[in-house]
Write a protein that binds this ligand. Structure first.
Ligand SMILES: [Fe+2]
Ligand SMILES: [Fe+2]
Length: 368
């Protein structure tokens, strides 16, 4: 399915859009590749059966905080929203920045869709209440990014995306691992960029980064909710097989983030951020937080870690090029590249992990 021109250039951005090469952002967001944020679906009935009694005191506190809605008025443009010179922006930077915004918007909206569905299908009042607050937050986040995209004339058609995007089924426990990690990584990414630009305001080339501090608090709380959900059943994090799954998700999520960020060289250069440093910093923050609930942690200082990520990235680039080439030669090359990716992944997965004992209490406060 293709988006209509109106989806790509709705209203206010039309003039800017007319002066720039067309970008099919809705199609970008709809595509399902290894690197694009996915949409998820799960066994909603199983999720609805969660009993939060074992974590009731911490749960009630978290829900009260979400209900008070501290960021209610935050996701609106104020006078701090400086005018963006989209037309004057270097074309390579503009393309990568739009790709970053589309990918972020899709990820935010993916959370919104999943959480809304949990609320809609659920009957458990605790679960319904939690997911109504979380879908509220994610809708705001996605909408705010889309506003920024609209100024460039390339907003994503979110309604279209809900229908056109493929949904990936994950069992509830995999939703917990993947979503917990993506919320905490979201927090770590937003706050790391915010702090960096606070120290180097001359590199803040777009006003949206000014909104990242309060934004990261929402993601932090969402992660806390999943930490509590996992705490309701210790088997989810302590059984032998689940520890292997947690290790798998940590490796997969970190390696994918590495490849995705390294594909945006101009974007990170404009921010003045060294991508290796940034990714390791985000992994470090995420790993430190995840000790609250995961009994294993990846050793990101291990001598095989960064070389393994580079091998994984090189194999991904080769696979991408082979897929683009097409034909028999392209298919052969893609098969070889996939085998290299798998080998690199296995190399990363088998790095000995650091074992930790999660504390008795789960709730954390964001530490900037
Ligand atoms: Fe979000
Ligand atoms: Fe979130």
């Amino acid at each position: 399915m293709n988006a209509t021109p109106h989806d790509l250039y709705p209203d206010s951005g039309a003039e800017v859009a007319a002066s720039m090469p067309p970008m099919d952002t809705t199609a970008m967001a709809t595509e399902t590749t290894l690197l694009n944020p996915r949409f998820y679906t799960t066994d909603f009935d199983e999720m609805d059966k969660i009993d939060v009694t074992p974590v009731r005191a911490e749960w009630d506190k978290l829900i009260a905080q979400m209900k008070s809605d501290p960021n209610k008025g935050h996701f609106k443009k104020t006078e701090a929203w400086d005018k963006v010179d989209w037309e004057g922006m270097d074309p390579a930077l503009r393309a990568e920045f739009i790709d970053f915004l589309v990918s972020s918007c899709t990820a935010e909206f993916s959370g919104c869709v999943l959480y809304k569905e949990m609320k809609r299908r659920g009957t458990n009042p605790d679960i319904c209440e939690l997911f109504s607050y979380m879908s509220r937050d994610e809708a705001r986040h996605a909408g705010f990014i889309n506003d920024a995209l609209r100024e460039a004339g390339v907003a994503v058609n979110l309604g279209f995306l809900t229908k056109a995007k493929k949904y990936t089924y994950f069992r509830p426990k995999f939703i917990y691992y993947a979503t917990y990690l993506s919320e905490k990584i979201g927090y770590a990414r937003y706050i790391t960029i915010f702090r960096h630009l606070e120290a180097h305001p001359e590199q803040r080339f777009h006003p949206i980064f000014k909104w990242f501090r309060e934004w990261c608090n929402d993601e932090f709380s969402h992660g806390e909710a999943f930490a509590l959900l996992m705490r309701t059943d210790p088997k989810l994090t302590n059984s032998f097989s689940n520890k292997l799954w947690i290790r798998f998700f940590l490796t997969a999520v970190y390696a994918t983030m590495w490849v995705r960020d390294h594909a945006r060289k101009d974007f990170h250069k404009a921010l003045g951020v060294d991508i290796d440093w940034y990714d390791q910093e985000v992994f470090r923050k995420t790993s430190a937080i995840a000790r609250q609930v995961f009994p294993v942690e990846l050793d990101i200082d291990h001598p095989r870690w960064i070389p393994g990520l580079r091998r994984f990235e090189a194999a991904f680039i080769a696979m991408d090029a082979a897929n683009r080439q097409g034909g028999i030669a392209g298919r052969l090359k893609a098969t070889v590249a996939k085998a290299r990716m798998l080998a690199a992944f296995v190399g990363l997965y088998t790095i000995p992990v650091i074992r930790s004992t999660p504390p008795a209490s789960v709730r954390l406060e964001p530490a900037y």
